[in-house]
Ligand binder design. Structure first.
Ligand code: MN
Ligand code: MN
Ligand code: MN
Length: 287
């Protein structure tokens, strides 16, 4: 059973179209795939037939193949001023809670992009908001599009440098205004019939004490899962998150967080195995 419950397409900041992403997943033998674009389900909806008769929030076959797709979204939110990502897995994208949430976040992204553009303009870099929007195309605009713009303009040499100097945590382009609070996002996911999973818990660089605090609060709000494996990570990280998962009696998820093919990050389907004593979050979708 090959599972990948965290992937991005051109509907947000991924490089492959939703169809290309699914075909690549199929080619490497993925059985269960979740498309989890940032704050949108447009990619998932574009590769599934709305009238395929399947239960709206359950897994659906990908174009007559054995691979099954789960609707997902990677919600941006904040917790005590820290930007967090929550995966809503198995949600019904057509539910009123999902529609309202995605509309609000689309708006927040537009507003945030304008603010980032203004801040970069004050640093002497003109036209960033329009440039990032052009790179995003029809997809949701995000900081990686700004990073690409800065590389294309020759302001920085690499995407990493763009984050280190302009867009990363604490830099001028790190704008968190407009993101909903954590309980709001968990509520949207639960109401839409999905499972809320705290994404890549080690990426927020929280102290061990704060990490436990956010995981405990997340569970008390109705959060059900922890992303125990995210892309290529050390065995030590997997073991640490596995312990946290068991301590709080949460289900465990695994995902590549795939954005683009390349040697430096996990490929689609390259989502590591969970520690044996973790309860997989996808058990509920196996029949
Ligand atoms: Mn991304
Ligand atoms: Mn993320
Ligand atoms: Mn992601």
């Amino acid at each position: 059973m090959r599972v990948d419950l965290h992937t991005h397409s051109t509907a947000s900041d991924g490089r492959l179209t939703p169809v290309e992403l699914c075909e690549r997943a199929l080619a490497v033998g993925v059985d269960l795939l979740a498309l989890t674009d940032h704050d949108t389900c447009a990619g998932f909806l574009s590769v599934t037939d709305a009238d395929d008769g399947a239960e709206r929030k359950g897994p659906r076959p990908f174009r007559g193949t054995a691979m099954r797709l789960i609707a997902g979204v990677e919600y941006s939110c904040q917790w005590h001023g820290v930007g967090l990502h929550v995966l809503g897995l198995g949600i019904d994208p057509g539910h009123a809670a999902s529609r309202a949430a995605l509309a609000m976040l689309g708006q927040a992204r537009q507003e945030r992009a304008a603010i980032i553009g203004e801040r970069l303009a004050k640093l002497g870099i003109a036209g960033a908001a329009a440039g990032a929007a052009a790179i995003a195309g029809a997809g949701q605009v995000g900081r990686p599009h700004f990073a690409q713009f800065l590389v294309d303009r020759g302001v920085v040499r690499t995407m990493n440098e763009a984050f280190d100097r302009y867009l990363g945590a604490g830099k001028r382009g790190d704008v968190k205004t407009g993101w909903p609070e954590l309980p709001q996002v968990v509520d949207w996911v639960c109401r839409a019939g999905g499972v809320a999973v705290l994404a890549h818990p080690l990426k927020y660089r929280l102290t061990a004490t704060r990490l436990k605090r956010v995981v405990g609060e997340f569970r008390d709000m109705g959060g059900e899962g922890l992303e125990v494996v995210s892309g290529r990570q050390t065995g030590e990280a997997t073991a640490q998150l596995g312990r946290l998962c068991r301590q709080f009696e949460l289900a465990a998820s695994t995902g590549s967080d795939f954005h683009q093919p390349g040697a430096f990050s996990a490929n689609v389907g390259e989502a590591g195995l969970l520690p044996p004593d973790c309860r997989p979050v996808w058990e509920r979708w196996l029949s």
